[in-house]
Design a binder for this molecule. Structure first.
Ligand SMILES: *[C@@H]1O[C@H](CO)[C@@H](O)[C@H](O)[C@H]1NC(C)=O
Ligand SMILES: *[C@@H]1O[C@H](CO)[C@@H](O)[C@H](O)[C@H]1NC(C)=O
Length: 575
């Protein structure tokens, strides 16, 4: 079964003939997901103009095969693109049923293609009126108050009861995150300073003040000394790559990277990155973003001369699904990926979250390490009061997505520039039990550690975040030739990405597989290469949050990297 698209074509033909089973009752529908109110930030719903079309992507349930995929997330047991596609291919009855439903609703087979590595169907150019009819939805154009960005989404959608066991989610429907940074939680500020203000200051040429009042600037030389990467020289044979996933049509700028490297990596020669346009996005390097410059500058400075790719994703498409559709169809994927999108988990529909987490699992099975910031608002922003179905109000912490996926490595934040003084940064790093459900998290964040052992976490069925941490305050970066200071776990993320990439460089250089999904190693042998952070806390939601403590904690995870020690405990044969 090497060619799943051929297979789906066959089943489509099969479905086109009269079904031998009695036709399901397509009018017996049940809601897949619905919001009671319009998600925060979006307003003025208006009916899309006649003739507007959308591309609908349907994630099909691979049913029992996901646990198999998980087995290949073990170190060195990685799969190729074709092998993953084979494992995640939908069951034949699933394809048959979905095609029967689409045919019944007059969706032409020519508009249906397989996507996202095999278990998604994408229907191109579906008129909004037809999408409303198919999904009992009411698609509207929603305007984002701050950015004037318009997206087409629905507040609810439903599917025939018979399809519920077969369909994981449909995109776009009720996930209101778009590629636009203003609609995503900003990842690079601890104290909620307006990043737009920093961007404006840079654009107007005003000096940009540091956000935090720490006395030590964080630069590549401080990080390289603190995390002990200084003495390692990557071989960079061109087959170990870092991929930085950009968003919102935001761009880094080559000239700023060159200035940064000339100032902060004196030993470097010309450093650059290759831009990959995803989803026909236009890349505007004349309009550099502080965020993306920082990501690229630290990933590069921490791993020079390892090759860098920058994925540019348009501002109007779904930030996750668009990138996955691109990357999963590539035979070769960068070994280390920096993903700095971040949204509050409660704003992510559960069906969507679970499906996207499965896509991260596919990356793990293909031997890719994905790192994400864990968030900057302690255990949550605001009072975090929610009212349960009995009308009782209580505080619910606000973990972030995709850090809350069990198949990524979430990075928290520290401060203090020596091993003796390094503590949890006052605000970055978030944790609490997310709600992806027991089947997804198996009651532990990953093999080897039980969240229940941290007594202050009440529910034991969630994934705890972060996994590791690194310096997160007062990072020095360059935009439009100016020095800009940033705080946040998305400063810590490219730092850890650079370090992991150097470990991958070593593994590849000595003929071993790349590290792949990091957590089983980090929570096992890799633990010896992490420095435990035992003080500091992550207040938020009007509470003191959690405290850093001996061993894993929901503030700094397992601790900060010690490259020399990590290199010593790398996986090696026999596995
Ligand atoms: C279908 O849509 C109608 C009209 O919007 C709504 O009243 C009904 O509750 C929906 N049914 C389901 C199951 O979503
Ligand atoms: C959004 O549109 C309004 C009215 O057209 C305009 O005043 C405002 O400056 C726009 N905001 C942005 C961020 O473009």
């Amino acid at each position: 079964m090497r060619y799943p698209h051929l297979l789906s074509a066959l089943f489509f033909l099969a479905a086109a003939r009269p079904l031998s089973d009695p036709e399901p009752r397509w009018d017996d529908i049940r809601v897949m997901h619905a919001w009671e109110v319009v998600p925060a930030g979006w307003e003025s719903p208006v009916t899309p103009p006649a003739g507007v079309t959308i591309d609908l992507s349907i994630a099909l349930n691979p049913e029992t095969r996901m646990p198999w995929l998980m087995r290949y997330m073990r170190y060195g047991a990685y799969l190729s693109q074709d092998q993953v596609a084979e494992l995640v291919a939908p069951h034949p009855p699933t394809l048959k049923l979905v095609h029967a439903w689409l045919e019944r609703h007059g969706v032409p087979s020519s508009s249906i293609s397989t996507s996202h590595g095999g278990n998604w169907l994408t229907l191109t150019s579906v008129p909004v009126s037809k999408a409303n009819y198919l999904l009992n939805a009411s698609y509207q154009c929603f305007l984002h108050a701050e950015t004037n960005e318009t997206i087409i989404r629905t507040l609810s959608y439903a599917l025939p009861e018979a399809l519920h066991p077969h369909v994981q989610t449909i995109v776009p429907t009720t996930f209101f995150g778009s590629g636009d940074s203003q609609t995503l939680q900003q990842t690079s500020q601890v104290h909620h300073n307006d990043i737009a203000a920093a961007q404006e200051q840079v654009e107007s040429g005003e000096p940009v003040k540091p956000l935090s009042s720490r006395d030590t600037d964080v630069t590549p030389s401080l990080l390289r000394s603190l995390y002990k990467t200084e003495t390692y020289a990557p071989a960079d044979w061109g087959n170990n790559i870092i991929g930085t996933v950009g968003h919102s049509g935001l761009s880094p700028r080559q000239a700023d990277l060159s200035t940064f490297m000339a100032q902060y990596r004196l030993d470097s020669d010309y450093a650059s990155y290759v831009v990959v346009l995803v989803s026909g996005n236009r890349y505007d390097s004349q309009n550099p973003s502080v965020e993306m410059n920082l990501d690229v500058q630290y990933a590069t400075a921490m791993s020079y001369p390892i090759s860098q790719l920058y994925y540019s994703i348009s501002s109007t498409s779904d930030p996750f699904v668009t990138w996955f559709d691109y990357i999963l169809t590539k035979p070769d994927i960068p070994q280390t990926i920096s993903m700095t999108y971040l949204v509050v988990e409660q704003t992510v529909p559960p069906d969507y979250a679970k499906t996207v987490c499965d896509l991260f699992m596919q990356l793990g099975a293909r031997g890719v390490s994905v790192l994400c910031p864990s968030g900057n608002s302690g255990v949550g922003d605001g009072d975090c009061i929610v009212t349960d179905s009995f009308g009782n109000a209580h505080v619910q912490f606000r973990p972030t997505f995709p850090a809350s996926c069990p198949y990524v490595t979430a990075v928290g934040g520290t401060t203090g520039s020596t091993p003796e003084t390094e503590i949890a940064a006052p605000s970055p790093a978030v944790a609490s039990p997310p709600s992806l459900g027991p089947s997804h998290t198996s009651g532990t964040p990953y093999p080897g550690i039980s969240v229940a052992s941290v007594t202050s976490i009440k529910a034991s069925s969630g994934r705890g975040i972060p996994d590791v941490s690194a310096q997160a305050l007062r990072y020095v970066s360059i935009t439009r030739g100016q020095t800009v200071y940033r705080d946040g776990t998305n400063c810590a993320t490219p730092t850890v990405v650079g370090i992991i990439s150097m470990l991958n460089d070593y593994q590849v250089a000595v003929g071993r597989p790349a590290l792949g999904f990091l957590n089983p190693w980090l929570y096992g042998d890799g633990l010896a290469g992490l420095r435990d952070i035992t003080s500091g806390s992550n207040p938020g939601c009007g509470t003191d949050g959690f405290s850093a403590t001996t061993g894993w904690d929901p503030v700094t995870g397992l601790g900060t990297p010690d490259f020399v020690e990590l290199q010593r405990v790398l996986p090696h044969p026999p596995y």
